[in-house]
Design a protein around this ligand. Structure first.
Ligand SMILES: Cc1cc2nc3c(=O)[nH]c(=O)nc-3n(C[C@H](O)[C@H](O)[C@H](O)COP(=O)(O)OP(=O)(O)OC[C@H]3O[C@@H](n4cnc5c(N)ncnc54)[C@H](O)[C@@H]3O)c2cc1C
Length: 536
């Protein structure tokens, strides 16, 4: 077949791949994006899974997507609209009480006071502490992490500069280090006495992780989830109008206007490499594309073990890639509903404030720990944690009139089961989740019109996510910053000249943030202008 030549090829049209493509194209490059699925977006998509419903198949809420990317690429002019959720969370309890939290400090005070007046007073200080940490750590999201294996003067300078804001915290530094390394439970136990509040906050610490709140490292996951904003409001999560695909569709429109070629149903089978240098890619359909730069939006395992012969890599690098932890225990259920859930704690079929935000079924910290205990031994949780959202309450465009759409993010559903397979257990586990939700909203099961279940195995099959890990690799300290994807290669380069990574596998990791894609584009442009400068 005829070969076509580009200046850069991006493997995968996840939101990060699209961001990389847009920034390269803005610099005047001729870019091709190849996506194996029928649509762009990776884990950030809207699909009409049920007729008339716009389902956010995987990712379901936004806060992390970088506002500078929205501005640089004028994504609002391409249709991107983020809708705030207020309140942002609702936790019903078995005793009939409930807790609402959101951006309104007065409401938070009144709500938390129902459980602990002391916690109600402490909560603003806790939020201020997170805000302080965010001010310190957020600038790190957009830098090129230093090479700690063979540090250059520039790396040492980056490390020094990165450390300065931490040092400036003075005695507060130990708190920051604890957030980077410690268990979320320790921090929540120190701040609060009410289990209702702690359990509500703790879910952010374990989302996407094969870990319980008592596991070291979970405090960072909690923190990672407060680092974003919605329409200028820190830590507030929103829905994307028309579903999460609103982000990636607007990126694709921007990319096309920048003359990026996007091909869907174009699966890369091999990255072409000659004498340690990338040449292009070969697709499963036999088509070959050439380019001196290839950026892979696929995870490190897929890129280095499936799309090339790993013998072409330095053994130490290949060994480090083989050690990346992809453990996961997340499962996603999407449901079309005939009516809204009627919660015992907040009765009524009309849309209420409690339907707007994330509905947490995780009544106390020990509940979460026990749910994780099952997963540790290869069993799906007997009583799982459910994070439910009903975007149709805030954005009626995602469901037909009178109907609703619910997304249920479930933990723990370990990728590795000790008995059976996910293909055998998919439906029975979903029934267990539905029965649990029915305990809190007895009309739930009968209101379900249709359901879609994505087990960890389905997430792997559908999105090419190794081990079903929703972040393209666990977000633990040994796999973050200068160690993501592996130490010595956190600068988006790889040992193959011209081959880069640009997705969540790289710093700053998972979530619909776009920072990895933007950072990768910046480093590619820098490297190429250096090569041109020295005449290579
Ligand atoms: C179930 C679930 C729920 C989540 N919920 C949220 C949430 O609510 N909010 C949030 O911020 N984050 C959430 N996340 C995490 C977030 O969606 C991801 O971290 C983010 O989408 C990763 O984006 P990416 O562009 O780096 O990679 P991906 O989205 O993984 O995209 C990679 C793309 O590469 C393509 N690809 C792979 N191999 C090839 C190949 N050989 N040839 C061609 N194409 C290839 C894939 O098909 C895919 O489209 C969730 C993730 C999942 C799975």
């Amino acid at each position: 077949m005829r070969a076509t030549k580009y200046q850069a090829i991006v493997i995968g049209a996840g939101h990060n791949g699209l961001v990389t493509a847009c920034y390269l194209a803005r610099a005047g490059w001729k870019v091709l994006v190849l996506e194996r699925r029928y649509l762009v977006g990776g884990a950030c998509v809207t699909e009409e899974t049920f007729p008339g419903f716009k389902v956010s198949t995987a990712a379901y809420v936004n806060s992390l997507f970088r506002k500078e990317i929205i501005q640089d690429l004028r994504l609002e002019s391409y249709g991107l609209k983020i809708l705030e959720r207020n309140p942002s969370s609702f936790t019903p309890f078995p005793d009939g009480r409930y807790l609402l939290l959101g951006p309104d400090p007065k409401m938070n005070y009144q709500q938390i006071s129902k459980f602990s007046p002391r916690d109600a007073t402490a909560y603003p200080a806790y939020e201020a502490m997170l805000e302080r940490m965010a001010t310190v750590l957020e600038p790190l999201l957009t830098i090129r992490p230093p090479n700690l294996v063979r540090p250059s003067l520039r790396d040492l300078w980056t490390l020094y500069r990165a450390g300065q804001p931490l040092l400036a915290l003075g005695p507060g530094m130990s708190e920051a280090v604890e957030i980077l390394t410690g268990p979320a439970r320790l921090i929540l136990d120190r701040w609060f006495e009410s289990d209702a509040l702690k359990a509500t906050l703790a879910t952010d610490a374990v989302i996407g992780a094969m870990a319980a709140p008592s596991t070291p490292g979970t405090a960072y996951v909690l923190f990672h989830h407060v680092m974003g904003e919605t329409n200028g409001k820190r830590g507030v999560w929103g829905y994307v109008q028309g579903g999460m695909g609103g982000i990636t569709q607007s990126l694709a429109r921007a990319a096309r206007d920048l003359k990026v070629d996007i091909r869907c149903e174009a699966e890369v089978e091999k990255i072409l490499i000659r004498d340690g240098e990338v040449e292009g890619v070969a697709l499963t359909d036999g088509q070959i594309y050439y380019a001196p730069v290839v950026a892979s939006n696929a995870d490190a395992h897929v890129t280095f073990t499936r799309l090339m012969d790993s013998k072409l890599l330095p053994p130490a690098f290949a060994e480090a890639v083989s050690r990346i932890n992809y453990e996961s225990a997340s499962l996603k259920i999407n449901v079309a509903l005939g009516e809204l859930p009627n919660f015992l704690a907040c009765p009524g079929l009309e849309a209420g404030p409690h339907h707007r935000g994330t509905i947490h079924i995780s009544p106390d910290l020990d509940y979460i720990e026990k749910a994780f205990d099952d997963a540790k031994y290869g069993q799906p949780s007997q009583r799982p944690i459910l994070e439910c959202t009903i975007p149709s309450v805030v954005d009626p465009s995602v469901s037909p009139p009178g109907k609703h759409l619910m997304s249920i993010f479930v933990q723990y559903a370990p990728y590795r089961l000790c008995t059976g397979t996910w293909d055998d257990r998919r439906e029975s586990f979903t029934d267990r989740c539905f029965a649990l939700l029915n305990e809190y909203a007895p009309n739930f099961q009968r209101s379900v019109l249709a359901r879609q279940v994505l087990t960890p195995l389905d997430l792997e099959r559908t999105f090419n996510l190794t081990g079903g890990n929703i972040f393209q690799g666990a977000m633990t300290l040994n796999q973050l910053f200068a160690c993501r994807p592996v130490p010595g290669f956190a600068d988006y380069r790889t040992p193959i000249r011209g081959l880069y990574l640009c997705g969540a596998a790289t710093h700053p990791g998972g979530g619909v943030m776009g920072a990895a894609g933007a950072n990768a584009a910046r480093e590619i442009l820098r490297a190429m202008s250096f090569r041109r400068f020295v005449g290579l």
